[in-house]
Design a protein around this ligand. Structure first.
Ligand SMILES: [Zn+2]
Length: 197
């Protein structure tokens, strides 16, 4: 397992991530050459840092493993929807349902609770839960925006195996990073020099 600083260095932002937190979430786990993988949400501390860096959580929010799991789960649903769009396939109903659920789950009022001994009372959700649910809702809403906005026509997946990231195309560029572009060009040059039989 690589150190955090190395993983961050391996994952420079892909085009479109700055405007779309949903794209950044989708790209927060990546397959690297040599069978390696990097996951920026692999622990609660990393997930919290990821959210703080995007102004989706305050420093010291205190994420628990269950929060990181929720983020990783939303990531899989968002990746599924982006992949469906890129492939021109219908979305999985479960992915649509999950994103809609996250988008609409944020409570707008203190909840009504019932204590066995003292009866009904109202209370705000735990602050960390509120922070995480808000962040999830913002990301899910952004996924909905991304898929329905003009940006959707520019969405593609990185054309440099084994990379599995998504990006918004600018011109003919179809790689998520300079590193992936260099690797793809090197692979093409190698293929030209190597006889196929
Ligand atoms: Zn790439």
């Amino acid at each position: 397992m690589e150190e955090f600083a190395t993983e961050e260095a391996a994952l420079p932002s892909a085009p479109g991530e700055a405007e779309h937190p949903a794209l950044a979430l989708a790209n927060s786990a990546v397959a690297l050459p040599g069978g390696r993988a990097a996951d920026l949400l692999s622990t609660p501390a990393r997930a919290e840092e990821w959210l703080v860096r995007r102004d989706l959580a305050p420093v010291g929010a205190g994420l628990a493993e269950v929060c990181a799991t929720q983020l990783r789960s939303l990531r899989e649903q968002v990746r599924s929807l982006l992949a469906s769009l890129v492939a021109g396939q219908p979305a999985l109903p479960a992915a649509l349902a999950a994103v809609n659920d996250v988008m609409t789950r944020v409570p707008t009022a203190s909840l009504l609770l019932w204590d066995e001994k003292t009866g009904p009372y109202r209370a705000a959700p735990h602050p960390t839960t509120a922070i995480v649910e808000h962040a999830l809702a913002v990301i899910a809403a952004d996924a909905a925006d991304l898929l329905t906005s003009p940006d959707a026509t520019r969405l593609t997946s990185c054309a440099s195996p084994p990379c599995n990231r998504f990006l918004l195309k600018h011109g003919r560029r179809q790689w998520c990073s300079t590193r992936c572009g260099d690797r793809a060009r090197a692979a093409r040059a190698y293929a030209r020099r190597t006889p196929t039989d």
